[in-house]
Design a protein around this ligand. Structure first.
Ligand code: ADP
Length: 640
């Protein structure tokens, strides 16, 4: 006895999404077909994969997609004989949105200005199926999971609920039937009961789908007068695997279309990299460098990795073993001719073939980036702004060769150029005579580093400093890096002496004189700040600011400690060094107060104000804003 249909409410997020689709803000409505075909193709991939271990599953080898038009009923159906769904699958996949992307999709749509939905939003967030509600006011699904006998029938008018119950389907697979809205050219609603229209959309979006997409259409017979027409089954797509065709035979637009297909990204990729490997391994690959960072680049759930095929048979999406984590933005496919079809994830991790392929892919991507950097700095800087921070994660890795290549690729801001980014290579060419290190400064924001008081003496004496403000910079630069033979030195660490031998000697002497003069004051300040500060000393870094914070040569930087805390760790508290500018008029004033009465209560307040200023200059933030406000108020009371 078949179970009666039941009504279910859509999850709140699905309702929102449906509402968006029904009152579609999106102008290119044709893409609904690409989404349905892509779902069908995925279902066929899954079945083919399962057939490797259960050959009797499903409908044999004639895996295909079929499009059926009913002009009288104004319906369009997309059928596949793929893996199908159980009733539980349908409820889980169609009625709810488990994927984290959807919430972000909704907020991205809300954030988008105007009424038009940006074209790259659909699909990128995996909301494909629902897009069919742009063109249909009712959708039915009839599906049967391969390996089972019962079918499930689902129906919804996109109004917040759906009904689901048992149905009958002769073969496993899925049929999605759309009850089409009336044609409305102004709204972008074409006549999807016209074969020509469907053919055009399939050619445009789904030509390389690996399974035949068939449709029965009336055709004029070649050898007969034009009036005679017959109903013929036609395959609408070419099914050519784009990656194993020679580059010269593939057009730019084919490459682009394939990129859209695999990435759901509607922006053009920056680079297309076809790769052919012969010799110890035989494989084809087609990789793309996207122009934009995907929205979930830093999410642990990000879909990363390229798709893996074995001799044109789909094996898996998101094969993480083929590219390192720091290249997770690369999209593409790899088709190996040596691997076995039923490789498991565990095998992949150790597989020598995979290791070799991965090395080759990394090499090629790095080489292409290097080329891009040489060809057009404008384009490269755009790439870098989007994806540079991820690439720099590679500098934390173990591969020395790759690291050297990555260092060549790093570009960053510098005190020498207000707008353009610079590379280590270019920096080295501009180094002053006698300069033996590459100077850099890290900070929490671009603002904070570019305005840091630590730069004062460097700028005044004409030394260029590279500026870094991505979180990852703090980590890789903390590892004693060298570029070629030049060490990278943080100007926020240790003591720094600039200029020629002679100038340095003079400066040391001058500082020693001043230290004698202010020694007792510095010791007094240190006592007042001893919980936070391990030393108070005179600075040769500052020319106009009164104070700054620096770390000792081998201590963990304050920012690194903060980052570790954010990650839930408890780093050992390392106190910083407070440097004081002997040339600042505040210092002799403080010295005068000190010499009058070394227990003057103002000295403690002033010490805390100085430390607060140093914190503000370093990061724009105070470790304890309430305490600082209180000190400020106390100081005002003294003078009010
Ligand atoms: P996406 O395809 O991005 O995952 P969709 O909303 O288009 O999102 O589809 C949701 C899920 O429904 C799919 O991931 C798949 O599990 C299932 N599904 C959709 N169409 C089919 C189909 N033709 N055959 C089998 N399963 C399907």
């Amino acid at each position: 006895m078949s179970q009666p249909a039941q009504r279910h409410e859509f999850q709140a997020e699905v309702k929102q999404l449906l509402d968006l689709m029904v009152h579609s803000l999106y102008s290119d409505k044709d893409i609904f077909l690409r989404e349905l075909v892509s779902n069908a193709s995925d279902a066929l991939d899954k079945l083919r994969f399962e057939q490797l271990t259960s050959p009797d599953l499903g409908a044999g080898d004639d895996l295909h997609i079929r499009i059926v038009i009913d002009k009288a009923q104004r319906t369009l159906s997309v059928l596949d004989n793929g893996v199908g769904m159980t009733q539980a699958d349908v409820i889980a996949n169609i009625g709810t949105i488990a994927k984290s992307g959807t919430k972000e999709f909704l907020s991205a749509v809300k954030g988008a200005s105007g009424k038009q939905m940006p074209p790259d939003l659909i699909g990128q967030f995996g909301v494909g199926f629902y897009s069919a509600f742009m063109v249909a006011d009712k959708i039915e699904i009839l599906t049967r999971r391969a390996g089972t006998t019962v079918a499930t029938s689902w129906e919804s008018s996109g109004d917040g609920s759906y009904s689901i119950g048992e149905g009958a389907r002769e073969q496993p697979g899925t049929t999605v039937t759309l009850h089409l809205k009336p044609v409305d050219a102004e709204q972008g609603l074409h006549d999807y009961t016209e074969e020509r229209v469907i053919e055009g959309i399939i050619k445009r979006y789904s030509d390389f789908v690996a399974y035949p997409i068939r449709m029965a259409a009336w055709r004029k017979k070649d050898d007969k007068p034009s009036e005679v027409k017959v109903l013929e089954d036609e395959t609408l797509n070419s099914m050519k695997a784009i990656w194993d065709r020679p580059k010269a035979e593939v057009s730019e637009s084919e490459y682009r279309e394939f990129y859209r297909h695999i990435s759901h990204d509607w922006t053009e990729p920056l680079r297309t990299i076809p790769i052919r490997m012969e010799g110890t391994v035989e494989a084809y690959a087609l990789l793309y460098i996207p122009a934009k960072a995907p929205f979930d680049l830093y999410s642990p759930e990000m879909k990363r990795g390229v798709a893996l095929y074995v001799k044109r048979v789909f094996v898996m999406d998101e094969c993480k073993e083929l590219l390192p984590q720091y290249m997770r933005f690369i999209k593409g496919v790899v088709d190996s001719h040596d691997l076995s079809l039923n490789v498991s994830r565990e095998i992949l991790q150790k597989d020598r073939q995979i290791q070799i392929i991965r090395k080759q892919l990394v090499k090629r991507v790095l080489a292409v980036l290097e080329e891009m950097k040489k060809e057009s700095s404008k384009e490269y800087f755009q790439f870098w702004a989007e994806l540079g921070p991820v690439l720099k994660e590679g500098l934390l890795g173990f591969d020395v060769q790759d690291k050297d290549k990555l260092l060549d690729l790093v570009v960053t801001e510098s005190t020498a150029g207000a707008t353009a980014l610079t590379s280590f290579d270019a920096y080295v060419l501009r180094m002053k005579e006698g300069q033996d290190a590459i100077y850099y400064l890290t900070g929490a924001t671009r603002e904070a580093v570019s305005k840091s008081p630590l730069l004062e003496a460097f700028v005044q004496k004409g030394y260029e400093v590279l500026l870094f403000s991505d979180p990852v910079d703090e980590i890789w630069l903390g590892q004693d890096v060298k570029f070629k033979d030049k060490p990278l030195k943080s100007i926020g660490r240790g003591e720094i002496k600039l200029g020629s031998e002679e100038e340095r000697k003079k400066e040391i002497e001058a500082l020693e004189d001043k230290s004698r003069e202010y020694g007792d004051l510095l010791a007094c300040l240190r006592v007042h700040l001893q919980d936070e500060i391990k030393e108070v000393r005179l600075s040769s870094r500052l020319t106009s600011s009164a104070v700054c914070l620096v770390s000792d040569d081998h201590d963990m930087s304050a920012r690194m400690q903060k980052m570790l805390k954010q990650l839930g760790q408890e780093p050992k508290k390392i106190r910083a060094v407070l440097e004081v500018n002997p040339g600042h008029p505040l210092i002799p004033k403080l010295a005068a107060i000190f010499h009058e009465n070394k227990d003057d209560p103002r000295l403690k307040l002033y010490a805390e104000l100085l430390l607060g200023q140093a914190h503000l200059a370093e990061s724009g933030e105070l470790p304890d804003p309430a305490a600082f406000s209180k000190v400020l108020a106390d100081v005002m009371l003294l003078t009010a």
